[in-house]
Design a protein around this ligand. Structure first.
Ligand SMILES: Nc1ncnc2c1ncn2[C@@H]1O[C@H](COP(=O)(O)OP(=O)(O)O)[C@@H](O)[C@H]1O
Ligand SMILES: [Mg+2]
Length: 376
């Protein structure tokens, strides 16, 4: 296992900044995910850590060893960093068999004879490919090829493995299974893992900690629960699937609860806030469509509103409703079990219903940074 400490990491391509002074530390044995939309700098970060890219400025140390220090001219090449890598494109050697691909890093590391054979067998068993040892890698399916790549990355027992969107070429069902396998291998081989993805679900299900990136900086980091439940900014809320991100004005509140009047409407919602801003402050508010439920007829109470259905989409276990709500648009997700429990028919366009927003789940968030162009 290997810890990682990154300080002041910058990378410019020509004059365009891809990373803008990144500070980061990863504990030994941690499974960490870099998450964010295309172009936010995930791959560049990973490549700087692995040694495939020379940073413009900053320091990187792996397991206490300085591998990059631009001021002192230190740059340790990738093959001397004792790291494993898995890419979206499997990058296997096509002219070699499965076993030969896995054997290659062992050869380089000087592992010979029976020990090499034992380790290859153990690795192929770990990824469920023991029966494919002699197979040409080009004869395997995408999922199998990626398992060969996993075994190969683990072969030399690196302290840390870097993954760059390794499951993106696989279909949905296989992606989930392979993700679970990646996590199981991380646990079994006791590596540190740095995993890049743009898929929030993958990040949530695999990681100990998620780092959300935005235009070459870290926007927020935390456990999957923290990132999912308590995004600090509209950017992270949007990326994590909050369907309602709106603006309003603080009209009251105390403790960790703010009361916010939505812009352009008379709706007042309760929302969680670390500290409640002064009355009259403009704020951004985020809540998920599932943070709304059908309510009794009390539209004037805080958290309550009347919405007229303008669109109702059946999504299996629920209906996604687009609501015209007292001058603003709100997206709600109403479970079928909730409708059944209240003996209500399927919501249809034109229906006017009463709703309530869960004040413990709605959040005040930092507004979209329009200067960085990350807004809607
Ligand atoms: N080799 C390169 N040459 C020039 N620009 C690059 C290169 N690699 C990445 N970039 C730019 O750096 C930024 C970050 O890219 P990248 O790290 O690949 O993002 P991500 O992996 O999050 O999609 C993007 O604006 C991208 O266009
Ligand atoms: Mg990338």
């Amino acid at each position: 296992m290997t810890d990682v400490v990154v300080s002041g990491l910058m990378k410019q391509y020509n004059t365009k900044p891809a990373l803008r002074s990144l500070d980061l530390s990863i504990k030994s044995g941690e499974f960490i995910t870099l998450l964010g939309p295309s172009g936010c700098g995930k791959t560049t970060t990973l490549r700087c850590l692995a040694g495939l890219e020379r940073p413009t400025a900053g320091t990187v140390s792996l397991g206490g060893r300085v591998v990059v220090d631009t001021e002192r001219g230190v740059f340790v090449p990738p093959d001397k960093r004792h790291v494993g890598m898995v890419f979206q494109s499997y990058a296997l050697w096509p002219h070699m068999s499965v076993a030969e691909n896995v054997a290659y890093p062992l050869k380089i590391a000087g592992v010979r004879g029976q020990e090499r054979q034992d380790r290859i067998r153990d690795l192929l068993e770990a990824v469920g490919l023991e029966k494919y040892e002699k197979r040409q890698v080009t004869a395997l399916s995408g999922g199998q090829q990626q398992r060969v790549a996993l075994a190969r990355a683990l072969a030399a027992r690196p302290g840390i493995i870097f993954y760059d969107e390794p499951l993106s070429n696989l279909d949905t069902k296989l992606r989930y299974q392979m993700g679970q396998q990646v996590r199981a291998l991380h646990n079994r081989f006791e590596t540190t893992s740095v995993y890049v993805t743009h898929d929030q679900e993958e990040a949530i299900t695999l990681s100990d900690r998620i780092i959300v990136m935005n235009h070459g900086v870290i926007e927020q980091q935390g456990t999957p629960e923290e990132i999912y439940d308590r995004p600090r900014s509209a950017y992270v809320a949007d990326f994590m699937g909050f369907q309602n991100i709106t603006t309003g004005e603080v009209v009251g509140g105390s403790g960790a609860r703010a009361e916010v009047k939505l812009s352009g409407s008379d709706i007042v919602l309760g929302a969680y806030a670390d500290t409640v801003p002064a009355i009259g402050s403009p704020v951004s508010l985020a809540f998920r469509s599932e943070h709304i439920r059908l309510a009794d007829q009390r539209p004037s109470a805080v958290g309550h509103f009347t919405g007229t259905v303008s669109r109702s989409t059946f999504v299996g276990s629920a209906y996604n409703l687009l609501l015209d709500a007292e001058g603003t648009t709100i997206r709600a997700r109403i479970g079928r079990s909730e409708l059944d429990a209240q003996n209500l028919p399927t919501p249809a366009p034109g229906d006017a219903l009463s709703f309530e927003v869960n004040a413990h789940r709605a959040l005040l968030v930092e507004p979209f940074d329009t200067a960085a162009g990350s807004g809607h």
